[in-house]
Ligand binder design. Structure first.
Ligand SMILES: Nc1nc2c(ncn2[C@@H]2O[C@H](COP(=O)(O)OP(=O)(O)OP(=O)(O)O)[C@@H](O)[C@H]2O)c(=O)[nH]1
Length: 420
């Protein structure tokens, strides 16, 4: 079966269903009811050619109203952390393939725009597949942060595949590229499936989060707590980042939003002691999951190593085989810097999975492949936006759909070819 057809069958729903879900997203408002039309993409409604409703303005008005009702001034107003969490907290959504794919599509918009524009330009420039075509393709992949060694492997495989299928026309190469990206991510022999988080059937499952300041660690823990809670799990958080000013309060605020228990000590206290209390609390409350935050001091690798190994020793002693995941949080927008952080942390502790945040903020989403291939660590979760629901288990097919969404959607089954 054609690969684009496979992606389309899995991720694109029928037009009728799509219209139905779009209409569900339309805001309910009096001016809307009078309007002749509503554009779900701009969030504007029109009557006689005039804009009678704007979703963005409505949201801003509601935000101001809510601030005023709390007696807060609007002049020079800066959003507090709590207000921000309120704004980003939205109810959990159903998790089917189509809604997951639409998150990847939205989150990868920047990468897709840059990547598919370059690929389309390349295809238009070289009508037939030759060495120059592959050389320019190599540059495009490298510029998307795919990683030099991975790009080399990919180009070799593409050249072989193009010969094997006797492809002459460059437009047909797009589909082969998308297919190879998935194969390269999983490795040829492995089953193509999402590498989810390990769980401890005897409970509690312990996830240890590591990573430098500012990469989105606290936000990710909050998002994960929210997700696990909405799946019916009992979650406890341990505020082990006792070093960064505000880290304990921020984790506490996320815990409150998600409705989960947070174990905390005062700033500057021993992180291993907080984690120890977290474990005791999780055990006594029969929690399903304990998520441990840690400080991300990279200035001194020896300190980092000592701190992480002390925390790990405490966890291992209290719960056999724990932690069940050591998750390193990396910021996708930092490119090669993220790769070097991954190397340092892997030397300090056994990292079992990567959480790649802010994929929505970069045009170089290819870093996912570089991490998987060059560090041999699976990307377990990705941050696709700021909202609490914008954290997804990494799915290489959904990722590739996000990169090639327009081409997949325009794939014509009857003609069996891509119209893009
Ligand atoms: N756009 C986008 N922003 C994100 C994502 N994840 C986190 N952020 C934002 O990144 C910023 C930093 O996140 P924090 O969670 O405060 O950073 P942190 O890593 O916890 O900082 P430390 O606690 O010092 O480690 C915040 O403004 C978050 O809203 C994401 O996936 N997409």
């Amino acid at each position: 079966m054609s690969f684009f057809k496979k992606l389309k069958d899995r991720f694109v729903k029928g037009e009728e269903e799509q219209q139905e879900s779009t209409s569900q997203n339309e805001p309910k408002n009096e001016s809307l009811e009078e309007a002749d039309s509503f554009n779900p993409y701009t969030g504007e409604a029109y009557k006689g050619g005039e804009v009678v409703y704007s979703k963005a303005e409505e949201e801003e008005r509601l935000r101001k109203e809510s601030l005023e009702s709390e007696g807060k001034s609007l002049e020079g107003e800066t959003e507090t952390y709590e207000d921000k969490l309120d704004r980003l907290s939205v109810p959990a959504e159903p998790m089917d393939d189509v809604s997951v794919a639409s998150k990847f599509k939205k989150g990868l918009e920047k990468t897709r725009t840059s990547f598919s524009t370059k690929i389309n330009d390349l295809v238009a420039k070289y009508r037939t597949v030759d060495e120059d075509f592959f050389e320019e393709l190599e540059e495009i992949l490298i510029s998307a942060d795919v990683g030099v060694n991975t790009v080399m492997e990919m180009i070799d495989e593409l050249e072989m595949e193009v010969k094997r299928r006797n492809i002459k026309d460059t437009s047909q190469v797009k589909e082969v590229i998308s297919e190879k990206l998935v194969e390269i991510y999983y490795g040829n022999d492995e089953a193509e499936e999402v590498e989810g988080l390990n769980e401890n059937p005897d409970g509690p499952t312990v996830y240890l989060f590591v990573g430098v300041n500012g990469v989105g660690k606290t936000t990710t823990i909050g998002k994960l707590a929210h997700r696990l809670k909405s799946e019916g799990k009992k979650v406890t958080l341990a505020a082990g980042d006792t070093f960064r000013a505000g880290a304990i309060e921020q984790l506490d605020a996320w815990g409150e939003r998600a409705g989960v228990n947070v174990i905390k000590h005062s700033a500057g206290s021993d992180p291993a002691a907080v984690i120890y209390d977290g474990i005791q609390s999780a055990k006594s409350r029969n929690a399903d999951v304990l998520i441990c935050d840690t400080a991300g001091r990279l200035q001194n690798k020896v300190n980092l190593m000592n701190e992480l190994s002390k925390v790990k020793r405490v966890i291992e002693r209290e719960i056999p085989n724990a932690p069940h995941e050591v998750l390193l949080v990396l910021d996708a927008t930092t490119g090669q810097n993220a790769m070097s952080q991954a190397k340092t942390f892997s030397e300090a502790t056994d990292v079992s999975g990567i959480v790649l945040t802010k994929l929505d903020g970069t045009a170089k989403g290819g870093i996912v492949l570089a991490i998987r291939k060059e560090l041999s660590i699976p990307v377990k979760l990705v941050g696709l936006g700021e909202k609490v629901t914008d954290l997804e288990p990494f799915d290489a097919q959904a990722f590739v759909y996000g990169l090639f969404a327009d081409m997949v959607e325009e794939f014509d089954e009857e003609e069996g070819e891509n119209q893009a």
